[in-house]
Write a protein that binds this ligand. Structure first.
Ligand code: HEC
Ligand code: HEC
Ligand code: HEC
Ligand code: HEC
Ligand code: HEC
Ligand code: HEC
Ligand code: HEC
Ligand code: HEC
Ligand code: HEC
Length: 314
């Protein structure tokens, strides 16, 4: 089984917000003239923040004129378009900060979560491997403060870590980036449960060097074989293509040399399991892996047909 809690969470998160949207539509006692626009004002740039008229007018008893038009215009987007709608400005007493100063209302310097709901969308990295991080899970479920990551571990800028050559598993193991918590103490160790953060390829991997067409399917190994990522990716294969193909070739005509070379090649990689104990032995069924040029063509045709079938079903 592939355990992917991240994806499950985002699906649950989306359906819950639909239920709330339906609820507020059904609530009809709200007077727009008395209390201002009913639906929340939500900013998404540069980050998500939410403002509720109801909380300020109905609940806190403020009148329209306390904000309009000295602090805010009655036109959604004006503050953002001014380019000055930043935390710095607020901390200096402008915009929301004219009340949220720790005196009239809670301060903008402390209560980040009150205004910044965590984004539903996970942050995704594509290079060098695909990985995901969910603000929603870390902030809402595990109840971490923004300050436990920002700005000591991560800057509040998408792509900053990615542009740093040190953003690797090796530095996580030394306690940097994700590894400052994912150390087996504060959160699960980043040298385990690779599948919590990474995604396996959905397409079959075909080794073509030098002439033999060998097919490897993640799906079979994860589902039928019940293997975890680290059973292959910790020692045997790097989590990228090219490990086997980078293997030095020995083109000897001596049959003994050749056999020795083939045995060492196979037992080092696929043969570390395919040894007749954990999985079928590589010496017994060559053609299960070496499908040959014909087998490969057949497989690729079958795959295309399957794809076409799947798209037409939508
Ligand atoms: C605590 C401050 C505050 C109070 C009080 C307040 N508003 Fe607003 N209002 C805002 C903010 C913030 C915006 C969004 C401005 C922006 O995006 O630049 C806004 C926007 C609006 C808009 C534009 C909505 C849109 O979709 O374009 C209307 C209409 C509005 N307010 C009406 C009212 C009325 C009527 C009252 C009194 C019943 C009121 N407001 C009280 C802060 C307030
Ligand atoms: C005119 C004063 C004033 C302004 C301007 C103002 N607020 Fe408030 N806000 C209050 C008061 C008063 C409360 C209620 C007391 C408290 O929670 O400290 C409040 C409460 C809140 C809450 C708490 C809601 C809850 O459910 O407890 C949020 C969130 C919030 N404001 C967001 C904002 C945002 C975002 C802005 C700017 C777009 C803003 N406020 C501008 C006065 C203001
Ligand atoms: C009273 C509501 C409120 C509180 C509290 C608040 N913010 Fe904001 N924040 C906003 C609004 C409104 C914006 C402007 C619109 C946007 O970017 O969504 C904003 C913008 C930002 C931005 C992008 C613009 C910039 O200044 O760089 C960051 C980053 C940010 N907030 C971080 C924080 C952090 C961290 C905290 C807690 C220390 C915090 N905010 C507390 C309302 C709030
Ligand atoms: C467990 C760690 C963690 C916590 C807690 C956390 N963040 Fe982040 N945040 C990240 C990471 C990782 C990135 C991506 C940084 C990068 O790409 O270099 C990020 C990026 C961001 C960005 C820029 C990217 C974007 O989506 O626009 C903003 C804004 C941000 N965080 C705001 C917040 C706020 C507000 C809070 C608290 C509500 C918070 N973060 C809590 C880890 C965290
Ligand atoms: C400030 C500490 C902290 C940092 C930094 C941090 N995490 Fe986490 N993370 C946690 C905690 C706490 C949990 C929940 C406990 C557990 O699962 O061990 C968690 C759980 C997770 C989960 C499981 C999610 C779920 O829904 O079950 C994933 C995936 C994850 N983190 C990915 C990341 C990634 C990727 C990074 C780096 C970009 C990162 N975390 C950085 C503290 C952190
Ligand atoms: C807590 C989340 C997390 C866990 C668990 C995790 N990784 Fe990563 N990994 C990342 C992030 C984030 C990156 C950096 C961005 C990227 O390359 O996608 C990364 C990068 C990588 C890279 C490319 C950079 C490098 O270090 O060479 C490889 C390979 C990799 N991980 C393999 C693994 C393997 C194998 C496991 C399990 C033993 C694993 N990861 C477990 C989050 C995680
Ligand atoms: C039975 C062994 C095995 C298991 C288990 C396994 N992999 Fe792989 N993986 C491979 C092999 C073999 C390659 C190709 C290596 C090469 O070309 O050198 C590969 C390559 C990859 C690549 C790189 C693909 C590319 O196109 O560059 C990623 C990403 C990856 N695996 C992720 C995962 C994840 C995530 C898991 C767990 C959910 C997993 N793998 C489990 C054997 C395995
Ligand atoms: C971590 C152990 C492990 C590694 C490494 C491994 N396999 Fe497997 N493989 C299995 C298991 C377990 C099964 C399912 C049980 C079985 O078929 O014997 C399996 C099944 C297969 C099957 C399906 C057999 C069938 O009857 O359909 C093929 C094909 C295969 N592996 C090819 C490969 C190739 C190619 C490699 C190297 C790139 C490789 N395996 C590496 C454990 C592994
Ligand atoms: C579990 C899967 C698997 C089985 C079973 C298997 N092989 Fe391989 N074999 C591979 C992989 C992976 C490679 C390296 C990729 C490539 O060369 O295409 C390879 C490479 C080879 C090569 C090329 C060596 C080179 O230097 O390029 C030969 C020849 C070969 N195998 C012969 C055999 C023979 C003969 C058998 C049966 C006795 C066999 N293999 C069984 C996976 C397998």
């Amino acid at each position: 089984m592939i355990k992917s809690p991240l994806l499950q969470n985002s699906i649950i998160g989306i359906s819950v917000s639909f239920i709330f949207a339906g609820y507020s539509l059904a609530n009809d006692n709200y007077d727009v003239k008395e209390s201002g626009p009913k639906s929340d004002i939500i900013w998404n740039q540069p980050i998500k923040a939410t403002f509720s008229h109801k909380v300020h007018t109905m609940d806190a008893g403020l009148s329209c004129s306390e904000c309009h038009d000295d602090i805010f215009f009655m036109q959604r987007g004006t503050a953002v378009n001014s380019q000055r709608f930043t935390m710095k400005a607020m901390d200096e007493g402008q915009f929301c900060g004219s009340c949220h100063d720790g005196d009239t209302a809670f301060s903008t310097k402390t209560n980040c979560m009150a205004c910044h709901a965590a984004s539903e969308e996970p942050i995704m990295w594509d290079q060098p491997t695909k990985a995901a991080f969910s603000h929603k899970a870390h902030v809402e479920e595990f109840e971490l403060e923004c300050g436990s990551c920002h700005n000591s571990i991560f800057t509040m800028k998408k792509g900053a870590a990615e542009n740093n050559k040190n953003f690797t598993m090796a530095t996580f193991r030394e306690g940097k980036y994700c590894g400052s918590c994912h150390n087996g103490d504060d959160a699960f160790d980043s040298t385990t449960q690779c599948e919590a953060c990474h995604f396996p390829p959905t397409e079959k991997i075909v080794f073509t060097q030098p002439v033999k067409a060998v097919v490897f399917d993640h799906n079979i190994h994860l589902k039928n074989g019940g293997l975890s990522c680290e059973s292959c990716h910790k020692e045997v294969f790097a989590m990228k293509q090219g490990t086997v193909e980078g293997h030095e070739l020995i083109l000897s005509d001596d049959p003994v040399e050749k056999r020795k070379y083939l045995e060492s090649l196979h037992s080092q990689y696929c043969g570390s399991c395919h040894d007749s104990s954990q999985a079928f032995g590589y010496l017994t069924r060559c053609t299960v892996c070496h499908v040959g040029v014909k087998g490969l063509k057949k497989l690729q045709k079958g795959e295309k047909k399957k794809d076409a079938h799947e798209t037409s079903a939508h």
